[in-house]
Design a protein around this ligand. Structure first.
Ligand SMILES: Cc1cc2nc3c(=O)[nH]c(=O)nc-3n(C[C@H](O)[C@H](O)[C@H](O)COP(=O)(O)OP(=O)(O)OC[C@H]3O[C@@H](n4cnc5c(N)ncnc54)[C@H](O)[C@@H]3O)c2cc1C
Length: 666
């Protein structure tokens, strides 16, 4: 049985040890150039673009899914930028391109900029890449280069990354330093992973004719032929795979097998919070028609606060949940910068997680000991440096600082997302869903019925009130934020400061702080009790601010505070749900054997309601989780590569609790 691929450690990647050889980047580690400055672009066009027949294939591409290119070794990005330029030149108006590239030693943004200066004709593509270029940390980084072109950077070892890829490729660029200089990459696993992640008839091209490559490709099922190489290289290889092997990774977890792809011209999304609006925007970006149905108003639920923190809390020892949230934070950050470069509804003020107890200090130390993350993403701070970051006296002796995190105006964000072309907003309460020959009938409380090909349920704690979703466990958690108009001579913190709750920088002279946390409570009136607990938490987190307020004559009592209460939705394991809705009764039957023996996995694919999806259980950190979950769902609906590693996509599956309950019942 094929083993579930294991996720490599979450951490910083090594620098590529570059030098510049006649203005071309040269890898000291591999003793090889990235490209030749005289003819690098022409070589790329010859070896990768034309040997994969991309101009012809792009000009004929009429599929609703994107054309997918997979590359080993991003390097300076020259190949991917050339593929993108070729796509712009040849593809039809509605065609889309999805680029996947692995890289173990990512260049810095400055190095990339310097290297790509050699190609002024690619300046616009280069600029878009550089703006979004991520920090050198392991994982998948999704960049929306344009509405039609997406780049997934899979940072880490190529063989490991391809084993974790959940997606299929139409054309491979088999690049990377030559086999003699980089033997670790050109392993049999590389070719087997390429084969397993290929579409039928997928092509490949590579500059090398090394025996190990020819043998590896053949053993994995690729047919190849020698074709003329570029310039002084006499020969290179190009070829294809006719029938790729089945994905053996599903043997251990057949329940998570994705449902068959369905037509998706019109999709209904239920609930206009951050979960629903980010799914709607992700689908509309892909050219689909979306109807957003909202019971009350945009941001009527948990997503309606004036201000919220873009933050995460990561486990001391990396686990799947932390990986999802960390990827989510980095994705949200890039996504917000793309949506709102002028920072009208968000700010990257940084987030500080104070250690106010010995237990939390130890936890943070363990975290730092277990994770080598770049300082641009996360840094341990001591009391002295904290005061500079916060802009006032802080009692904590240490803290974790997330420079890229910050705060968001969630309601404004939801409104902005729905303003995109392709989304129709209408008010209505969805009371029932029925399958129909065309897809789904969506029944509203008003008695009206809508039709759609597919439905995404994103109505938070009410998401399991439909017949089909009733087995998706959700808990309501009431929360209330408090707000206070600051006197002129008192300023809020300059970063978001978190301890038990959070205090973001003031916006328009109003300080927001909170939030209370009351499980199994779905009430939404503003309560003095909650204000009192928020005041206590403010005093504990930023005593200097509480003192400054009182010195300025502010009476810190509920009577002086504004506030808003709403309900969060949480899953029992505190990870979100993002994926297809399982047919719970069928799962109970098909996997009943697990109750007796968890090692006897029935070879039956999980049954799902066709075209029914859920994004819910975003708990207290929806701003970090919902946008990435929206990508997970939109990518699956549109038959695209996933923005998370296969085990993490499974971790978010809405059916996971059914399986864990069966196994626990052993
Ligand atoms: C007080 C408070 C403070 C918070 N602070 C933060 C923070 O600082 N940072 C952070 O990341 N997260 C924060 N959260 C959590 C965050 O708000 C949630 O994770 C997020 O709002 C979840 O978004 P959602 O779209 O799933 O749900 P919601 O925003 O609740 O949206 C669900 C929508 O569905 C609609 N709906 C319900 N039923 C139906 C139906 N049958 N038909 C049609 N529409 C329906 C509702 O009216 C609602 O608009 C906070 C939550 C609370 C309560």
């Amino acid at each position: 049985m094929t083993q579930r691929p294991t996720l490599p450690p979450l951490g910083a990647l090594k620098a590529p040890s570059l030098s510049w050889n006649a203005a071309s980047p040269y890898s000291e580690a591999f003793g090889d150039v990235y490209f030749s400055r005289e003819n690098g672009r022409a070589e790329t066009e010859h070896v990768f673009i034309h040997a994969n027949h991309l101009p012809e294939r792009f000009s004929h591409w009429r599929e609703t899914r994107p054309f997918v290119i997979g590359e080993t070794g991003f390097g300076t990005g020259l190949n991917m930028l050339c593929a993108w330029a070729c796509f712009e030149r040849h593809a039809l108006r509605h065609a889309r391109l999805h680029l996947i590239s692995t890289e173990k030693y990512p260049l810095t943004r400055e190095e990339l900029a310097q290297a790509l200066e050699a190609w002024p004709e690619l300046a616009s593509q280069t600029a878009s890449l550089l703006t979004q270029w991520p920090a050198a940390v392991s994982g998948i980084h999704r960049l929306h280069l344009t509405d039609r072109v997406t780049l997934d950077l899979h940072f880490g070892d190529t063989c490991e990354r391809l084993a974790l890829l959940d997606g299929q490729v139409d054309a491979w660029f088999l690049d990377g330093f030559a086999p003699a200089k980089n033997p670790d990459m050109w392993q049999p696993e590389l070719f087997h992973s390429m084969a397993a992640r290929s579409r039928p008839e997928a092509t490949f091209a590579t500059f090398t004719c090394a025996g190990i490559v020819k043998r590896g490709l053949k053993a994995a099922g690729f047919r190849w032929q020698k074709v003329p190489g570029y310039g002084r290289k006499r020969e290179m290889l190009a070829g294809r795979i006719d029938t790729p092997p089945l994905d053996g990774r599903r043997q251990q977890t057949p329940w998570f097998t994705p449902p068959a792809v369905k037509p998706a011209a019109h999709i209904v999304v239920i609930g206009a919070g951050i979960a629903g609006t980010s799914v709607a925007a992700a689908l509309a970006r892909r050219g689909l028609r979306v109807s957003m149905i909202e019971k009350q108003a945009i941001g009527a639920g948990g997503s309606g606060n004036q201000q919220g923190a873009l933050y995460v809390k990561l486990a001391a020892q990396t686990n799947d949940q932390s990986r999802v949230y960390f990827s989510g934070l980095l994705y949200s950050r890039r996504w917000l910068e793309n949506l709102d470069p002028a920072h009208r509804f968000w700010h990257d003020s940084g987030v500080i997680q104070l250690a106010l107890s010995e237990k939390e200090t130890r936890r943070q130390q363990r975290f730092l000991g277990n994770h080598s993350l770049p300082n641009s993403l996360l840094e341990g701070k001591d009391g002295h440096s904290l005061e500079k970051l916060v802009g006032m006296e802080v009692t904590a002796e240490s803290a974790l600082f997330y420079p890229q995190a910050g705060w968001v105006k969630p309601r404004k964000l939801c409104e902005h997302l729905l303003s995109r072309p392709g989304i129709r907003y209408r008010q209505g309460e969805v009371v029932r869903l029925n399958e129909s020959p065309q897809g789904w009938l969506i029944h509203l409380a008003s008695g009206e019925t809508l039709e759609a090909d597919q439905v995404v349920v994103a109505n938070a704690q009410l998401a399991n009130h439909f017949e089909q979703t009733r087995e998706v466990p959700l808990q309501a958690v009431r929360g209330q934020v408090s707000t206070l108009a600051l006197p002129e001579n008192v300023e809020g913190p300059s970063s978001v400061v978190c301890a038990g709750g959070y205090v973001p920088p003031a916006v328009d002279g109003v300080l927001t702080f909170g939030a209370s946390f009351m499980p199994n409570n779905a009430t939404t009136q503003v309560e003095d009790q909650d204000h009192l607990s928020n005041i206590d938490e403010l005093r504990r987190t930023l005593p200097a601010l509480a003192t400054a307020l009182e010195t300025a004559g502010v009476d810190l009592t509920p009577a002086n505070l504004g506030g808003r209460a709403a309900v969060r939705a949480a899953s029992p394991d505190k990870s979100p749900y993002a994926g297809p809705v399982p047919k719970a009764d069928a799962w109970q039957q098909d996997y009943a054997l697990l109750r007796k023996d968890a090692t006897r996995v029935p070879a039956v694919a999980g049954q799902h309601y066709p075209g029914l999806w859920i994004s819910a259980a975003h708990g207290s950190r929806g701003l970090a989780s919902a946008p990435l979950c929206a990508e997970v769902i939109a990518s699956r609906i549109c038959d695209e590569p996933m923005p998370l590693e296969a085990p993490l996509v499974d971790h978010l599956h809405p059916g996971r609790r059914i399986i864990s309950a069966l196994i626990r019942a052993q």
